[in-house]
Design a protein around this ligand. Structure first.
Ligand code: GLU
Length: 461
């Protein structure tokens, strides 16, 4: 257990480093057993020294403390009946972290690993990610420890209906706008929206994003996290004088982000060799066949091993295998938090990796980031590189507010523009603070400064 630090002992604004350490100790004391949340906060606090040196006003007592404390945390019971008529009880969460820059915005994750600490870390990351987009979005996240694996569609529907029966009182188009994340895709958003509409008797499409195209959804919403990350990786490569075309790329995961990362990287001429799930990975020397991968993962909701069985001689399945052991120029971790550890970073380096860009949220451990950055690898942190999903969610909200529908071409053009701006903001902010090329520092400082300035303007709330 860390030593508790009483609030009164926090040093004043003239000692920013000491204050940041004291705040971190306080977060550990107050939120025990939430290592992912501690990790996310630590990384941000470790970045802020140069910013506080330039902006003493951000060291005002109480401001940093509010950045690290959610505005509201909701935990609720989700009872539902399985197909045999047995009552099951899951736990639901919504952490409404910050509404300084706009309504709470962020996805829902349905996965057995979900707990309050995981949701809190995701919500904290989301606040900064959303600030970085330059759009009017606050940050939040939610989910449940419900495991959709092996559940029938009627079971998933009943679960979603029960989840929304409680969640509906907390969300709304001007209050809190959930979307998808792991385990929550278009099907689940449909069930959630249907229940919200039924309970509230309102056609309020702006309450959820990731809806179907025919009923208020945006073109490219499901593609945009993966597409955006590939664009970010391409910008990172370009600053090193390289193009994505012809590069060998490894992608982890086989969900929404991974599939669309593979699709976009291939469209830009890259050679994508891998995909994975929690059981193992596939390596396909001919390049991943996206239609086959989608058939298995999205239509059949099967396992990645089936890919190798059906693809033929070019593909092999490695039970328990890691994509990081496959030689590549670019790595796009797109599965889940802390999947790329120090050992994986060293393996990637041995094979000459030059760019790592995070499609998932916090997939790279702090030690792995240090190893990669220390070796000169261009590293795109998730809160910048995977912001494309929430950016297109904001486009969906804009279309809903205007009762308009944008073309795919228009969404893609705007997405590319925002991703470019996010990349340039991170690069310029890093250079300004004496750490050229360090997009972790650039992203954290740029996001924090936008948030902190707005918090100061809005007073102690
Ligand atoms: N879950 C996604 C993320 O991690 C999307 C959030 C949203 O669109 O609200 O950014």
């Amino acid at each position: 257990m860390p030593t508790p630090v009483p609030r009164s002992s926090l040093p004043g604004p003239r000692a920013p480093r000491g204050r940041l350490d004291a705040l971190y100790a306080e977060v550990q004391r107050r939120d025990p057993g939430e290592p992912e949340f501690h990790q996310a906060v630590r990384e941000v606090l470790d970045s802020l020294g140069p910013s506080l040196a330039r902006h003493p006003e951000f060291a005002e007592p109480g401001l940093m403390e509010r950045v690290a404390e959610p505005e509201r945390q909701i935990v609720f019971r989700v009872p539902w009946q399985d197909d045999s008529g047995t009552t099951r009880v899951n736990r639901g969460f919504r952490v409404e972290f910050s509404s300084t820059l706009g309504p709470y915005k962020g996805g829902l994750r349905f996965h057995p690993s979900v707990n309050l600490g995981i949701v809190k870390f995701l919500a904290f990351e989301q606040v900064l990610k959303n600030a970085l987009t330059g759009l009017g979005l606050g940050g939040g996240k939610g989910g449940s420890d419900f495991d959709p694996r092996g559940r029938s569609e009627p079971e998933v529907m009943r679960f979603c209906q029960s989840f929304m029966t409680e969640l509906h009182r907390h969300v709304g188009e001007h209050t809190d706008i959930p979307a998808g994340d792991i385990g929550v895709g278009g099907r689940e958003i449909g069930f959630l929206f249907g229940q919200y509409r039924r309970i509230t008797n309102r056609w309020e499409p702006g309450v959820l994003t990731g809806k179907g195209r025919d009923w208020g959804g945006s073109a490219l919403r499901s593609q945009s996290t993966g597409y955006g990350n590939v664009l970010y990786a391409a910008h990172l490569l370009r600053t090193r004088g390289e193009e994505l075309a012809g590069r060998r790329v490894v992608v982890s995961g086989s969900g929404n982000v991974a599939v669309h990362s593979i699709e976009k990287a291939q469209e830009l001429g890259a050679h994508v060799l891998t995909a994975s799930d929690s059981d193992g990975c596939v390596v396909d020397e001919k390049g991943i066949d996206v239609p086959l991968l989608r058939e298995i993962k999205e239509v059949e909701r099967g396992r990645i091993s089936a890919y190798a069985e059906r693809r033929g001689a070019s593909a092999r399945y490695l039970p328990g295998g890691r994509v990081w052991d496959v030689p590549a120029d670019v790595a796009l971790p797109s599965a889940t938090q802390n999947e790329l550890d120090a050992g994986a970073a060293l393996a990637l380096l041995r094979h000459g990796v030059r760019v790592v860009s995070e499609g998932a949220n916090m997939p790279t451990t702090p030690e792995a980031i240090r190893i990669l950055q220390g070796a000169g690898v261009a590293f795109g942190p998730g809160k910048a590189a995977n912001a494309g999903g929430v950016v297109t969610s904001a486009f969906e909200m804009q279309q809903n507010a205007q009762r308009d529908t944008w073309s795919s071409a228009w969404v893609e053009e705007r997405l590319a523009l925002v991703m470019r701006t996010i990349h340039d903001t991170c690069a310029e902010t890093a250079a300004l603070h004496g750490a050229p090329g360090n997009h972790v520092l650039g992203a954290n400082i740029a996001a924090f400064e936008r948030l902190a300035a707005a918090m100061l303007a809005q007073g102690v709330v």
